[in-house]
Design a protein around this ligand. Structure first.
Ligand code: ADP
Ligand code: TPW
Ligand code: MG
Length: 580
């Protein structure tokens, strides 16, 4: 047909004949094409209809009461699934509320995408005072791994693909995706639209370690007299559970799990050195780090905790090359993904790998047994008011009987003592405050854990920690999730006994005495229980875990039982003048 004739035909063709799509549908199609099943968010302009349409398309869209909790949910969904967790927010204030979680995801190396609607670019950039005006892209950039904005419908496929790849490849992290309001309504030809979508091939490619690096690491390990393996949450994230276990067992080396790596091998495993932590850090001579950074949580790999003078040799397995030598020199860096590194190490060990030195293994075991025995009687106490040990003694047994339940944990004493006391038996069953020691993850984590895994969740939270996301118990009730929240209520932050010397306002660390957090969940049709003794606590938690009904247990803890900042009081700066 001649050009002129084609043009004429197009001009007269009724518009209805051309199948159209738009930004709304293309974003949904792009997410679904890449396996996104769940979105965590809060609706509002300009993403309300988008959320509705995503829900109608079969994506599970969970609405929260605050974006920060939705963001924490997305971040931990990323950790649990190795797919980016998606958080959806409105512009400026909603975006900012979600941003803490995005930064948290980046800090913790969890893949997550924060998708926020934004206002009119022309008005925002001229700062003319648009509705919820903010340069969100610029604001997000320093706080995440990558940040992108999509301006045109035909770029949605590529934009979503970039966001996914950036979140999960290499060291995982948070990605910001800016979607201006105008994008959603942009129309394009449906067939062209379909063609513009991108299914990301191999989003987190294996990163194979160099054979030399593997050999060097094995040589260092072989030369050790007192070797130690430290497992971090990168190892839990990697989902290389069988090979990690095989490596630890074949080597016979004592292992120390960081808090979210607990359960990779059971805490009750004969090689677990969790209960001999100070001894192994101090006395080991070669330390193999698997997916754990030498940051503050490991005293930067030096100083008193590591038995100065510094003479350790570190082997470090990490996907991020820049992590090597970050705090101390690394004798054997192994850069690659943990799955590939661990299988290369296993292969390199061959069939005749020597057993770890028996005197060291036995010394660690003896220390561990001594510490476990010391703790045991404290866990059996039935004191009223409860102390942390009495309460955790019963919760520890409940977790032992339900090893597939997911434990969420935040607080100070409520965190540190739970981490030390409650054994974890399976990988990725303990989710907590992570690298920043952030308060407020409780309900968001519990919701995502229940949604992503279908397993029951037990959340143990200090009364202060709980308060940061307490309103989300309505979300838990609304979606009828199998979550049992235990609030360790000691009337405050660290302790409930502080007094303001001026006698005017309450002290800065105390709350209303004898609060009944259990009443809060009753407002939403959940089960509330007030537990004053370990026996009552045990009955209530067992009932909740059996029924799967949303439950909140107010566990009354002696306000004098805790210590300042839990186990990390040493990090508080001291005033010389105060003590004058
Ligand atoms: P922890 O707090 O448990 O000690 P960190 O968050 O400090 O753990 O360290 C996790 C480390 O794991 C990070 O340095 C990150 O780069 C690394 N990591 C995450 N996923 C992988 C992976 N799949 N392969 C290799 N390293 C990984
Ligand atoms: C986002 C500082 C660390 S721990 C904590 C706060 C406020 C609460 C401790 O009290 P809780 O536990 O939960 O009642 P317990 O058993 O010791 O009484 N804001 C953020 N993150 C952190 N870490 C803080 C403040 C903090
Ligand atoms: Mg408290």
């Amino acid at each position: 047909m001649a050009d002129a004739a084609v043009k004429e035909k197009q001009a007269v063709a009724p518009e209805a004949e051309q199948e159209l799509t738009d930004g709304f549908h293309l974003i949904i199609d792009a997410l679904k094409l890449n396996g996104v099943k769940t979105i965590y968010g809060v609706p509002g302009i300009p993403i309300t209809d988008f959320g509705r349409m995503a829900q109608a398309s079969g994506i599970r869209v969970l609405s929260f009461r605050h974006e920060q909790s939705a963001g924490y949910a997305a971040s931990i969904a990323g950790f649990l699934t190795k797919q980016p967790g998606i958080c959806l927010t409105v512009s400026a204030p909603g975006f900012l509320n979600g941003l803490t979680a995005l930064a948290h995801a980046t800090t913790n190396c969890f893949p997550m995408i924060l998708i926020s609607g934004s206002s009119e670019r022309e008005i925002v950039d001229l700062q003319q005072g648009d509705y919820e005006e903010m340069d969100q892209l610029a604001t997000a950039k320093p706080l995440c791994k990558a940040a992108y904005r999509i301006l045109h419908a035909q770029d949605i496929g590529i934009g979503v693909a970039r966001a996914i790849r950036a979140a999960v490849s290499g060291r995982p992290g948070g990605v910001y995706l800016d979607l201006p309001a105008k994008l959603f309504g942009q129309v394009m030809d449906a067939e062209q639209g379909r063609k513009s979508l991108v299914k990301v091939i191999d989003p987190a490619p294996a990163q194979i370690p160099a054979p030399d690096a593997v050999k060097r690491a094995l040589d260092v390990l072989k030369g050790a007299q007192r070797p130690l393996i430290i497992l971090g949450k990168g190892a839990a994230y990697a989902q290389a559970d069988d090979n990690i276990r095989a490596l630890v067992e074949k080597s016979g080396v004592p292992f120390l799990p960081m808090s979210m790596a607990k359960g990779l091998l059971p805490d009750t495993h004969p090689q677990c050195a969790g209960a001999a932590r100070s001894t192994v850090l101090k006395d080991s001579d070669v330390v193999m780090l698997i997916g754990a950074r030498l940051n503050w949580l490991l005293s930067h790999g030096k100083g008193k905790a590591w038995g100065e003078p510094h003479s350790k040799k570190f082997i470090q397995i990490d996907i991020e090359p820049k992590e090597m030598d970050s705090n101390v020199d690394i004798a054997a860096p192994v850069v690659g993904d943990i799955g590939s590194c661990v299988s290369a190490l296993l292969e390199g060990m061959g069939a005749k790998w020597p057993a770890a030195p028996a005197d060291w293994v036995n010394a660690v075991k003896a220390k561990r047994e001594e510490n476990v025995a010391k703790m045991a009687p404290r866990l059996m106490n039935n004191n009223v008011p409860m102390d942390y040990h009495g309460a955790l003694g019963v919760l520890r047994t409940i977790v032992k009987e339900r090893p597939d339940a997911i434990l969420v944990n935040e607080g100070a004493n409520a965190l540190d003592l739970t981490r030390g006391i409650i054994d974890v038996y399976e990988p990725r069953k303990r989710l907590d405050v992570g690298t920043w020691g952030i308060m407020g993850i409780g309900q968001g984590y519990a919701i995502a854990a229940a949604v992503e895994t279908g397993k029951p969740v037990l959340a143990i939270e200090g009364d202060s920690a709980f308060g940061f996301s307490g309103m989300e118990i309505e979300t838990i009730c609304r979606y009828q999730l199998p979550v049992c929240v235990v609030v360790f209520n000691n009337d405050g932050i660290y302790r409930g006994t502080d007094v303001n010397p001026l006698g005017t306002d309450p002290a800065t660390t105390v709350f209303v005495k004898g609060s009944r957090y259990d009443k809060m969940i009753e407002a939403f049709g959940g089960v509330g229980v007030n537990a004053t003794s370990p026996d009552e606590l045990k009955r209530a938690v067992n009932a909740a875990m059996d029924s799967g009904k949303p439950t909140l247990i107010n566990a009354m803890i002696d306000p004098a039982a805790g210590s300042e900042s839990g186990r990390i009081g040493n990090l508080n700066p001291q005033s010389k003048l105060k003590k004058k």
